[in-house]
Structures are given as structure tokens and as C-alpha cells.
Design a protein around this ligand. Structure first.
Ligand code: AMP
Length: 284
């Protein structure tokens, strides 16, 4: 696996492949890689000719300094996983490479309601940082395909909106959520949970599945209330549970047949904030 820390190095390496019309697949990450990330690499290996993974703990998307500081940095283990998976290129830039002084990287676009609800409401500025880093990384890598996880459902909506706004030609490929054996969605933050709470956090997915199974039996309001109640257990603090239209991300009152409907959740477990979601009906 080639490792590049500079934009110049990466672009020079990719140039001949681009000339030969090879398809470049790109998987941006914050590192602390796990099976969820690896599923994106796997899909890129299947669909694209060259797979580029980036590891960059982007400071502009962290709305709390303590979260940024506590974010795990596990370069050695990450690169071993990437090599084992057959990733072709790792881009591991410093902040000045991503945000050089002479380039305006801020993304000032109107996301409408997309960045005001759920994560946007609880993590002010987070999606401006996400849009900024993904736009900048796309400008650097210029991939044919961008692979992102459904795990971060709202992030996908923001990135998709940003890509449409800038008329980017890159295809956005959304990959399914990979889970731990007891159902907890894999996340780099899971490492910070105690063993007991990590096991117990399987209740988040159990709740999402329960909502999925009950969606025709109960009103949206009752489903949301009951879901929150199920998560009010010692050590858990649900932040939101919302049933939304999967396109607009607006809360919905009724699940009617033609709608694309998703249930999204954020829960604090100990001092770790976890998010998850389930598609109740329809597709993107
Ligand atoms: P992160 O390093 O958390 O920014 O994640 C990098 C990419 O991996 C994002 O597109 C995430 O949505 C995706 N990802 C993270 N966790 C999972 C998971 N459990 N299953 C599938 N994709 C995931």
C-alpha cells in the first residue's frame, strides 16, 4: 500500500491511472478503523480499480474540543488493516495540507432543513465542517466513486446535497451498516465504552428493530415515545429518536405507503455519544 502525506504526492501517483481511465474509489475516514470502514474498502475494491482511503481527524467537524482530543488515533493498527484488505493508497495528510492558507476551503451553501435537525440541532457547526472536509478531499482526490456509510445517515444527505450543489461528477455509493454481534453499530467511539455497557448497547438496535416491526401497528408519535422509554435505562441517555422522511429529513406524522421513512437515534452511553438508524420503508 502506498502512503502519501502530501496532496502533490497523492495526485502525482494517481495521474497515470486517471490517464488510463482507471476508476478511482475513495473512502474518507477519521481513522480508528474497524469492520464498518473495511466494508467500504471492500466495496470500493469490488467496484473501482484503485482504492484510496484517507485518514484525517478533521478538527472543523468537532464541535467539542474534548471529543476531538479523545478521538482515538491508531495509525499502526489502521494501516495494518488497510494492507490486509488490499487498499491501494492511504492518504494521511496534516491539517496544513488539507487547509492551506492560500486556498478558501469553507463551504458556504444553504442546506435548508438538512443541517438543522437531529445531529445538526445537537452538534452546531458539525455539518459545515463535514461539507468542508469532504469537498476539499474530493477536490484533492477527484474520485469516480465516493463510498460512505448509511450509519451516518444525515451526513450522507448533507454530502449528497453538497455534491449536487457543486455539480460534482463523483458517484456517491452508500454502504449498509455493519454491526457488532449483539447489534451495536460499529463505531470508533465504541472502544471508549466499558465492556458491560458495550454489550448492553445492543438495546439500541433492538429498539430500532422493534420500531421496524411495529410500524404498521402504532402511530409515529407512540412509536417515538415508546422507543425513548425503552432506552431510559441506567447509564443510557437518549438525545433524540426521530422518524423522518429519508429525503428531506423532516419529521413525519404518518407512515404512508409511498414514503421513504427512516428512524434515527442518538444516545449517550456513559460519556460516549452513539448514533444509529434503520430504514423503515422505501429506499433512497
Ligand atoms: P468515520 O471514520 O467515523 O468518519 O467513518 C468513515 C466512514 O465509514 C463514514 O462514511 C461512515 O459512515 C462509515 N462507517 C462508520 N461506521 C460504519 C459502520 N458501522 N458500518 C458501515 N459504515 C460505517
Amino acid at each position: 500500500m502506498k502512503v502519501y502525506k502530501t496532496v502533490k504526492g497523492l495526485q502525482a501517483y494517481l495521474k497515470p491511472f486517471r490517464k488510463k481511465r482507471k476508476k478511482i474509489g475513495f473512502v474518507p475516514t477519521l481513522g480508528a478503523l474497524h469492520e464498518g470502514h473495511m466494508s467500504l474498502i471492500k466495496l470500493s475494491k469490488e467496484k473501482s480499480d484503485i482504492t484510496v482511503c484517507s485518514i484525517f481527524v478533521n478538527p472543523t467537524q468537532f464541535n467539542e474540543t474534548s471529543d476531538l482530543e479523545k478521538y482515538p488515533r491508531t495509525y499502526e493498527a489502521d494501516s495494518a488493516l488497510l494492507i490486509a484488505e488490499g487498499c491501494d493508497v492511504l492518504f494521511f495528510p496534516s491539517a496544513p495540507q488539507v487547509y492551506p492558507k492560500d486556498i478558501e476551503t469553507e463551504v458556504k451553501i444553504d442546506f435548508g432543513k438538512l443541517d438543522k435537525v437531529m445531529e445538526g440541532a445537537f452538534r452546531p457547526g458539525h455539518f459545515d465542517g463535514v461539507a468542508q472536509v469532504v469537498k476539499r478531499l474530493l477536490d484533492i482526490v477527484n474520485p469516480h466513486q465516493l463510498y460512505m456509510g448509511q450509519k451516518d445517515f444525515q451526513q450522507v444527505a448533507i454530502v449528497s446535497h453538497m455534491m449536487t450543489h457543486f455539480k460534482l461528477k463523483t458517484e456517491l455509493v452508500v454502504c449498509p451498516i455493519i454491526r457488532e454481534p449483539h447489534g451495536l453499530a460499529m463505531s470508533s467511539r465504541n472502544e471508549r465504552l466499558s465492556k458491560k455497557k458495550r454489550q448492553a448497547a445492543g438495546v439500541i438496535y433492538e429498539t430500532l428493530q422493534w420500531v421496524h416491526d411495529q410500524k404498521s401497528e402504532m402511530s409515529v408519535h407512540d412509536l417515538e415515545e415508546e422507543a425513548i422509554d425503552r432506552l431510559r435505562i441506567p447509564g443510557f441517555r437518549p438525545e433524540y429518536f426521530q422518524i423522518i422522511d429519508g429525503h428531506s429529513l423532516r419529521p413525519i406524522n404518518h407512515i404512508t405507503k409511498k414514503k421513504y421513512v427512516v428512524a434515527c437515534i442518538a444516545v449517550w452511553v456513559e460519556d460516549v455519544r452513539l448514533i444509529d438508524n434503520i430504514i423503515l420503508q422505501g429506499q433512497a
